[in-house]
Design a binder for this molecule. Structure first.
Ligand SMILES: CCCCC/C=C/CC(=O)SCCNC(=O)CCNC(=O)[C@H](O)C(C)(C)COP(=O)(O)OP(=O)(O)OC[C@H]1O[C@@H](n2cnc3c(N)ncnc32)[C@H](O)[C@@H]1OP(=O)(O)O
Length: 392
């Protein structure tokens, strides 16, 4: 019992409050007298409390006061000093119960917990992902939970290759996430790949105005897409669940944190495809890993393992694939509880001095690519893939 009530306190209270509101093991031991009238109800309320969502500080103080009154009787400890704000609030709440009998306090505690349980019954259930899924996306699964918005690329049969529709949906999802009440945002992939990069069939859908118009609209889409990452205001985390190719790799330089499974690889075969770097990688990669290592990736298409990408600073941390999801989401849930405004402002301070430069680089990379897409080198490479003559 003592252990389970201890867990309640750990789960509910934000760090500062939690440290101060910790109920010592001694206080968690329910005395024999206190248990006489409604021992079972009280015990079950004590364990029920740990399943509830955070009810807010006011209710937590009430619960604390009733618990103390039920187990120790009226408050007779010295009043904490005026600057000991949290202990003073606890003391005030307990002291306000005056000479309320232990049995009544116990009953009130049980009633309060039962009221909280019924009001949070529906929300305390873990809903299946399908129920939490935000509507309106065809190529993504977007969910928000625990102050984390997760944007999952969802074309596993095509290795999460990015179609025009997926670029547009990711932009929409990022814009929505920038305004929702989540603290952090995650991009990840469904299935064995993180993403195989640009869907090469994007190049086959030529409008009546011709190939030049296609290249022009592609460059605008690319520029808008990368701009969304440059401007994204909250901490943005990539959870790289498997191999990553092309643009899914280059934009990693614009994320705040990149976690990778040890199954992930990082590959930017631009020269093989007759193309050139995008996603601001012509700037971020040399800055992150130094010009020589960046050239090996961006010019020669060297594929990095997750460990190599981590050693070169592109990846924050690598996890064994068997425990990847568990370890990463535990970490992210803890981060998502940090004060959101502080995180947002810290990101602004880090990002703002480079924003203008990044936008200019993005514009230039998109302009160069627009030309590349019209080259024979690019056309042949794409045709070779689409006619199954070549893979990476
Ligand atoms: C607006 C425009 C912005 C443009 C921005 C520019 C970005 C540049 C880039 O991103 S460059 C990178 C482009 N990507 C590639 O060149 C990868 C091509 N794919 C492959 O080489 C391979 O598919 C693989 C190595 C990723 C995986 O090989 P594997 O043998 O494991 O699997 P399959 O080849 O059988 O793939 C399964 C099906 O998925 C289709 N597919 C995979 N990747 C892409 C892709 N990038 N574009 C289109 N289709 C892709 C593949 O064709 C299979 O489909 P099928 O089952 O219908 O045959």
């Amino acid at each position: 019992m003592a252990g389970s009530a201890g867990r309640v306190v750990r789960r509910w209270y934000p760090n500062v409050l939690r440290r101060s509101l910790q109920v010592p093991a001694l206080q968690l031991h329910v005395s024999k007298t206190a248990m006489r009238a409604s021992q079972k109800d009280f015990e079950s309320a004590l364990s029920q409390v740990k399943l509830l969502k955070d009810p807010g500080n006011e209710v937590k103080l009430k619960l604390y006061a009733l618990y103390k009154q039920a187990t120790e009787g009226p408050c007779n400890t010295p009043k904490p000093g005026v600057f000991d704000l949290i202990n003073k609030a606890k003391w005030d709440a307990w002291n306000a119960l005056g000479s309320l009998p232990k049995e009544t306090a116990r009953q009130n505690y049980v009633d309060l917990v039962s009221g909280l349980s019924s009001s949070s019954d529906s929300s305390s259930q873990v809903k299946p992902e399908a129920d939490r899924k935000q509507p309106g996306y065809e190529t993504l699964v977007v969910t928000s939970e625990d102050s984390i918005t997760k944007i999952m690329m969802n074309r596993p049969a095509k290795k999460n290759a990015m179609t025009t529709q997926m670029y547009n949906e990711i932009m929409l999802a990022l814009k929505a996430a920038s305004k929702d009440d989540s603290a952090i945002t995650v991009l990840t992939g469904n299935g064995d790949y993180y993403s195989s990069g640009n869907d090469l069939s994007n190049f086959t859908d030529i409008p009546p105005e011709g190939i030049e118009e296609k290249a022009k609209s592609g460059a605008i889409l690319l520029r808008d897409f990368v701009d969304c990452f440059i401007d994204f205001p909250k901490p943005l985390i990539a959870v790289v669940n498997g191999p990553a190719v092309g643009i899914s790799v280059t934009i990693l330089g614009l994320f705040d944190t990149v976690y990778a499974s040890n199954r992930a690889t990082f590959h930017t075969p631009f020269s093989h495809l007759g193309q050139s770097p995008e996603g601001c990688s012509s700037y971020t990669f040399p800055k992150i890993m130094g010009p020589a290592k960046a050239a090996e990736m961006l010019i020669f298409g060297k594929k990095l393992t997750a460990a190599e990408a981590c050693a070169q600073g592109l990846v924050t941390e690598v996890f064994p694939d068997s425990t990847f999801q568990k370890e990463v989401w535990t970490r992210l849930k803890a981060y998502s509880k940090l004060p959101p405004n502080a995180m947002r402002i810290s990101k602004q301070v880090i990002r703002n001095r480079e924003k203008e430069k990044l936008h200019a680089i993005n514009a230039e990379e998109s302009r160069v690519l627009q030309e590349r897409w019209l080259s024979d080198e690019c056309t042949n490479a794409v045709m070779n893939f689409l006619t199954r003559k070549a893979k990476l």
